[in-house]
Design a protein around this ligand. Structure first.
Ligand code: C2O
Ligand code: CU
Ligand code: CU
Length: 490
């Protein structure tokens, strides 16, 4: 059995509520207790779910995937069926394996009984294939975007992007990971035996009721700071254990939560090497002891297990930057990695991984400014004073012309700013160049209160005067609330 039996959840929640009442009294604000429980009450005795790999099928030179958005039920707690959604699965999806240069088609059938979309997060693709709010798939219909995989080997993902419903549908499980390979990644001596020494790590948290369900019912606080759960999970497993058979383990971290910014580290303080950012490899591995991952972001890390000791991947609840507004998350454990007695020695990691061009803001032909705005009460979400409107194109960008996008906020919470259809580079944060761990290809960047984040953005391939791409905050409640805008590339 994993986690707490739900009848225990109620007691625990009441306990936490009681504690929180004192705090509420102090600050005079109607907040819920910090919702993710500490690692203590969760028993780590469940094998980490490794989603099956899906390679599609070749049809006249095109790699074709048949995907169905569906409802299902998932056993998060023994003996309890929790209503959920998934893509060819009851919760989340198989991991799609793609290859740079391959023409690829996704036949996406909607069996949900409600409108949805499927967005390819991080991909460079034609706007009509993006799967954003304009590419709605009606119940019973099939949508078949087709495009050639470009860019570099990377860990991407896909998820619902139905306007006003994204948060609810992703919460229910409409998301999955995609792994892109290329000739460069073929040749690197990185762990790449899927499910063995190269594992998907989809990090999420969900708020379970005493009956073990996870309905999407955001209260005032959740509408303001986003839905945050009381149980952390990895690939849908609560209390997950991964038995590691090799001395090095590559973990493809994806923050697939609605709103939680995770401060990841190992409980024993061991360092690890970060090898990739959102859009692919860093030039060289970067040694780190902690990593902050905001919703939408990915990072690939390699951890050394040759000491044979258990390594727990934990969140350490340093403040997320929102101060009292953000609340921060408490400490908890996501995953226990237990090395097996007999370890297979892994190959030495390469010293160089890829080459990336220097970030040269002088190449930019103009600067656009984006101010992320929200009000106090979970309303007033906008960018540059304009809440998202389906019929308003906010920006028109010229293909092949690099631009500086300067992103700020009105300073209440940190916001992960995401741009569709491309990978960008961070120029600086408040004038300071990015740390090595985020100096690679990015499609999502965290903008802290009071920060001016400048990114170098360029669209090199596809134009379409009619169909827009999106830019938005990847806290899904903010996005649904209107902290999103649209741009075309012409
Ligand atoms: Cu991950 Cu506009 O989305
Ligand atoms: Cu996206
Ligand atoms: Cu936000």
């Amino acid at each position: 059995m994993s986690g707490k039996p739900p009848n225990m959840i109620r007691r625990r929640m009441m306990l936490m509520g009681g504690v929180a009442l004192g705090v509420v009294g102090l600050v005079g604000y109607q907040f819920w207790p910090r919702p993710i429980r500490a690692s203590g009450p969760i028993k780590f005795d469940k094998l980490l779910a490794i989603p099956p790999l899906e390679r599609g099928r070749m049809q006249n030179g095109t790699r074709v995937f048949d995907l169905t958005l569906k409802r299902g039920s998932t056993v998060f707690f023994e003996g309890i069926r929790t209503r959920s959604m998934g893509i060819n699965a009851d919760y989340l999806a198989p991991v799609l394996r793609l290859r740079v240069g391959e023409k690829t088609r996704f036949n996406v059938t909607n069996d949900l009984g409600e409108d949805s979309t499927l967005h390819w997060h991080g991909f460079s693709l034609p706007a009509v294939a993006d799967g954003g709010p304009h590419q709605v798939i009606r119940p019973g219909e099939t949508w078949s975007p087709e495009f050639t995989i470009t860019g570099k080997a990377a860990t991407m993902w896909f998820h619902s992007h139905m306007f006003h419903k994204t948060a609810e549908q992703v919460w229910a499980g409409l998301a999955g990971m995609a792994i892109i390979d290329d000739e460069e990644s073929d040749l690197l001596t990185l762990p790449r035996n899927y499910g063995v020494d190269d594992i998907p790590v989809v990090l999420q948290d969900r708020l379970f009721t005493p009956a073990g369900q996870m309905p999407y019912v955001p209260g005032m606080r959740a509408r303001m700071q986003g839905m945050i759960g009381n149980f952390p999970m990895v690939n849908g497993t609560i209390g997950a254990v991964f038995p590691a058979s090799t001395t090095l383990l590559r973990m493809r971290l994806l923050n697939g939560s609605n709103a939680s910014i995770y401060n990841l580290r190992f409980d024993d303080g061991r360092s690890f090497l970060q090898v990739a950012t959102d859009g692919g490899f860093l030039p060289a591995p970067v040694r780190r002891s902690g990593l902050r991952l905001a919703p939408g972001e990915r990072a690939e890390i390699v951890v050394d297990l040759s000491d044979g000791q258990v390594a727990k991947l934990v969140n350490r609840g340093i403040d997320t930057g929102g101060g009292m507004m953000g609340g921060g998350l408490p400490d908890f454990t996501f995953l226990e990695i237990r090395p097996k007695k007999l370890q297979v020695p892994s190959a030495r990691l390469p010293e160089r991984l890829t080459t990336l061009p220097d970030v040269d803001p002088a190449r930019a032909v103009n600067t656009r400014r984006f101010r992320l705005e929200m009000g106090m009460m979970g309303s007033g979400f906008a960018i540059n004073g304009q809440p998202m409107r389906m019929d308003v194109i906010n920006e028109v960008v010229k293909v092949g012309q690099p631009e500086i996008w300067e992103v700020t906020s009105n300073g209440m919470l940190p916001h992960p700013f995401h741009v569709h259809g491309t990978q960008f580079r961070i120029i600086d944060r408040n004038g300071q160049p990015p740390m090595p761990g985020e100096a690679g290809l990015k499609d999502t960047v965290l903008v802290n209160p009071g920060e001016v984040v400048r990114i170098l953005v360029e669209f090199t391939r596809y134009t379409d005067a009619k169909n827009p791409y999106m830019y938005h905050c990847h806290i899904l409640e903010h996005e649904d609330g209107g902290m999103m805008g649209q741009f075309t590339v012409v």
